[in-house]
Design a protein around this ligand. Structure first.
Ligand SMILES: [Fe+2]
Length: 111
């Protein structure tokens, strides 16, 4: 599964304890999002993310990736953004949309 580009607007630390996640990083420009690099995280790896980070996250495996996420603020009530993965059009982050992406991916998961 892939979660489209989004920001957090607070610092975060992510620690993977099972599976793998591929992060694609972006930064804002006057012309929209530009790629800023990639980072693959595997089990037992961590990554600190600054307040300005914009990333998309892909689990390339046919198994669940499990991680601990620590956020430096109110993750659920802080207004933030997501970007359409095709057009990179910015829009308000929609938590229900994100939950639906996870729910759909979990339904596709092999048992
Ligand atoms: Fe994120």
């Amino acid at each position: 599964m892939t979660l489209y580009p989004h920001d957090h607007r607070m610092w975060a630390v992510i620690g993977i304890y099972s599976g793998r996640e591929d992060n694609a990083f972006y930064h804002r420009t006057e012309d929209g999002l530009r790629s800023r690099g990639e980072k693959t995280l595997s089990a037992k790896e961590t990554i600190p993310l600054g307040e300005e980070v914009i990333h998309a996250v892909t689990n390339p495996l046919e198994q669940i990736t499990a991680a601990i996420h620590v956020y430096g603020g109110d993750f659920f009530d802080t207004p933030r953004s997501e970007w359409d993965p095709q057009t990179f059009q910015e829009r308000p982050f929609d938590l229900e949309h994100a939950r639906e992406i996870f729910a759909q991916a979990n339904k596709r998961r092999p048992s």
